[in-house]
Design a protein around this ligand. Structure first.
Ligand code: AMP
Ligand code: MG
Length: 418
């Protein structure tokens, strides 16, 4: 982390600058390990996956029908062909075809030597030892054939390092015959909630208590990001407990995230505890919801630390803006801006100049396919139900003072389970 991270003083940071500076908390990706294909979902490649074979391996038929060698001197093929054999998927024929000869072939079966064209079954009429081609004038040289290596040639990078492996990527690795891959270790992320009022779900709620929502929101977000969770529970507002928990976490985790307890005017012990275990900065970021935010490095291993606000919506917003890039960097993924789309707002939206406001919204396409968005209603930063109703965050940047109906706004789609 650059020194400047700790030298920001009281200056109000724009969101984009905070995002870049926070990414500096992580210097290098985590080490690599070789993992079996069946365990690779969600992992990130530490090396390029290079194809050891041509995919497909053989030039093969894309249809069931007959395979033939286009006669060199012909513009149009003859209408009748002698059937001299059959190649089913999984078989091959090494004997070349003579003039006027064809083989029956099924989809995926390798073409015999010299064959270059496949005519589909539906265009053929069966005779005793021949087939008759309907409309031979419609047959084109090389049709219905997949060339060896046309998907991925041997030696080509099929997936570059930094690729996160989803369903399609796993299928691709499998089709290359790669039974293992080198991937970055999953980041172990320690989380805890703070606050004397914060009560675990399942425990009776004290008269002045509030159930702990943040640990579960964070657990979900971290899992979606491919992290391994270290749930360290709820900390009371107590300096010693905080010091113990932070030191312990710093010794075992790749990143530590807390929520609550970093408000301005909060008892000094929180700040004191954080400073006892690491080097901390308290930032003022021009964001709503999402203030305040503490960040820094803990312990001798300089473990990145993020102290998120206590309000549940602020936790989600700051996680998506600031924690996701850190997790990407730990996993060797390129650090990108959040994914954005542009939509027309159906209603007036409030925001302040010189601050980025994130409103919870619902976007949809109208009958012409244009994206529209409306807010989900009350926007208090403790109102989690508005997050449940949302499918995007509406992002009103520093240069905007609200938006009028019909104006375009930037939205960040939320990745919700269907
Ligand atoms: P704080 O930053 O600790 O002052 O917390 C700000 C607000 O968020 C307070 O109303 C807290 O009660 C609430 N809060 C803090 N932690 C949690 C949590 N884990 N789950 C739900 N609400 C919380
Ligand atoms: Mg608190």
């Amino acid at each position: 982390m650059t020194l400047s991270c700790f030298d920001l003083g009281e200056r109000m940071l724009p969101v984009a600058e905070a995002r870049t500076r926070l990414a500096g908390l992580v210097e290098a990706p985590l080490s690599a390990e070789r993992v079996a294909l069946g365990e690779l979902h969600g992992r990130v490649l530490a090396e390029d996956a290079v194809s050891p074979i041509d995919v497909p391996q053989n030039t093969n038929a894309a249809m069931d029908g007959i395979a033939l060698a286009w006669p060199a001197t012909h513009v149009e093929i003859p209408g009748e062909w002698r059937v001299v054999g059959e190649v089913l998927a999984g078989q091959r024929r090494d004997e070349a075809l003579g003039a006027g000869e064809c083989v029956r072939i099924t989809t995926g079966a390798p073409l015999p030597p010299g064959a270059d064209t496949v005519i589909m079954l539906e265009q053929l009429e069966e005779r005793a030892e021949t087939v008759v081609v309907n409309h031979p004038e419609r047959v084109r040289p090389g049709q219905n054939v997949r060339q060896a290596g046309e998907d991925i040639p041997e030696g080509q990078t099929a997936l570059p390092a930094g690729t996160r492996l989803g369903a399609a990527e796993l299928g691709l690795l499998a089709s290359l015959g790669l039974a293992r891959a080198s991937v970055h270790r999953r980041p172990r992320v320690a989380i805890f909630s703070t606050g004397d009022e914060v009560t675990a779900p399942g425990e009776p709620l004290p008269p002045a208590g509030i159930h702990d929502a943040n640990r579960y929101t964070l657990a979900g977000l971290l899992t979606e990001q491919g992290a391994e969770l270290m749930d360290l529970g709820i900390l009371p507002d107590d300096r010693e407990a905080m010091i113990d928990a932070l030191s312990d976490a710093a010794g075992r985790a790749d990143m530590v995230i807390t929520s609550g307890g970093v408000s301005v005017g909060h008892a000094d012990f929180t700040r004191a505890a954080l400073e006892a275990v690491g080097r901390l900065a308290f930032w003022r970021i021009a964001i709503r919801p999402g203030r305040p935010l503490a960040c820094g490095l803990l312990g001798e291993h300089k473990v990145p630390f993020l102290g998120l606000p206590g309000n549940p919506v602020a936790v989600m917003v700051t996680f998506l803006q600031f924690v996701v890039p850190l997790l990407s960097k730990l996993q060797g993924r390129p650090v990108r801006e959040p994914g954005r789309l542009t939509a027309i707002t159906d209603e007036a939206l409030k925001s302040r100049l010189d601050r980025t406001d994130y409103l919870r919204g619902c976007y949809y396409a109208d009958t012409d396919g244009r994206l529209h968005v409306c807010s989900t209603g009350a926007q208090g930063s403790g109102i989690l139900s508005s997050m449940v109703a949302a499918n995007c965050l509406i992002e009103l940047t520093d240069d905007r003072e609200g938006a009028a109906p019909g104006e375009t706004v930037s939205i960040q789609p939320l990745h919700r389970l269907p």
